[in-house]
Design a protein around this ligand. Structure first.
Ligand code: TXA
Ligand code: MG
Length: 321
């Protein structure tokens, strides 16, 4: 792995639980683990603190953030839940589901969190330390993924340290168990729309609600401003749906591997999409660091979690613009 600082100086940016609480309460940023990806947190009620998130990530100001809550009661203080939202929250929280809901008046959340929208994205993470951290801070914690804007999402503390060159303190909560960002649903006017495919499969949501859930883009006027085409990108090029890599290419497999000579990783030998989701970002990073110009990626079935995996792969492969 290439780093511009020694691992020891990067490790100096690891903080313990109490220090992370203190930083967040004092208006500083701190990265922390969730079950999906690491988040770069700041007190959502403090505009100056949230501004530091945008500056640290180089994130466009029009792209709103998710307010992470310790429990449903904290979220209910921030936004108005309709019937669908209540059912979804009861079933999938704590967990990798983000709900975009109309904001309550005077909820204390800084305008910069929502980039001026009148809706707010809220989520109660499953990671116990993340919930304990938010509870100890006593306020919602705004957090995008803890990576420089446009790069691969971090699923381990070391990814955060490497990504920001040790400039961002991190509370190490181990490797993310889910590995893909949360599924985002907007609940408005008693309808549900999927804004981002994520760690909970679309089919599971539809089966649970017992109705069709349209995806943003399929004629729905609602969208997540952050769904930029090129995103989650490694430094090298990506070639998708490849059965056998070419000379000099690295290979990211799924299922039994063909004969390959270059650097290789396997998302899941047995074709398990959960395992593939967990491995996706870390394996892309490792192959990216191997110095190849192109990573060839095996076809990944488009059902279940495959929808979100393929979404991330397509965005990572989109030509640089
Ligand atoms: O799993 C996750 O969701 C991770 C962890 C840290 O919780 N967070 C994450 O945040 O992926 P971020 O900022 O990388 O992605 C949040 C997405 C963006 O695409 C943003 O545009 C969308 O949520 N979003 C936030 N607020 C919104 C709103 N009010 N309306 C529509 N989309 C919104
Ligand atoms: Mg992100």
């Amino acid at each position: 792995m290439k780093t511009t600082q020694s691992d020891t100086s990067l490790d100096a940016r690891r903080v313990d639980f109490d220090a992370a609480v203190k930083r967040l309460r004092n208006g500083e940023v701190c990265a922390f683990a969730t079950e999906t990806v690491y988040g770069l947190g700041a007190d959502a009620t403090n505009a100056d603190a949230v501004l530091k998130i945008y500056q640290t990530k180089g994130r466009p100001r029009f792209n709103p953030l998710i307010a992470h809550c310790a429990d449903r009661a904290m979220a209910e203080h921030l936004v108005a839940f309709d019937e669908n939202a209540i059912r979804l929250a009861k079933a999938f929280w704590p967990g990798p589901l983000t709900l975009v809901l109309p904001m309550n008046l005077d909820n204390g959340v800084a305008d910069i969190v929502t980039a001026g929208l009148d809706t707010l994205a809220v989520r109660v993470p499953a990671h116990e330390t993340a919930r304990a951290l938010i509870a100890a801070v006593g306020r919602p914690v705004a957090a995008p993924s803890a990576n420089p804007s446009g790069t691969l999402s971090p699923t381990r503390a070391k990814d955060v340290l490497d990504g920001f060159n040790g400039q961002v303190p991190v509370l190490d909560g181990g490797a993310c168990t889910s590995g893909l960002e949360s599924t985002i649903l907007a609940c408005t006017n008693d309808a549900v729309v999927q804004l981002r495919a994520g760690a909970i499969a679309h089919a599971r949501i539809e089966a649970f609600l017992g109705c069709e859930v349209p995806r943003a883009g399929d004629g729905s006027p609602i969208a997540a401003p952050g769904m930029l085409q090129r995103h989650y990108a490694p430094k090298c090029a990506l070639r998708l749906n490849v059965e056998k890599p070419g000379q000099g290419e690295a290979f990211l497999g799924f299922g039994p591997l063909p004969d390959v000579s270059g650097p290789v990783r396997n998302l899941s030998l047995h074709g398990d999409l959960n395992e593939a989701a967990r491995n996706l970002f870390a394996m892309l990073r490792e192959l990216d660091a191997s110095g190849v110009e192109t990573i060839a990626v095996a076809p990944v079935p488009d059902h279940g979690l495959g929808e979100a995996i393929n979404d991330r792969l397509r965005r990572a492969a989109a030509a640089k613009s």
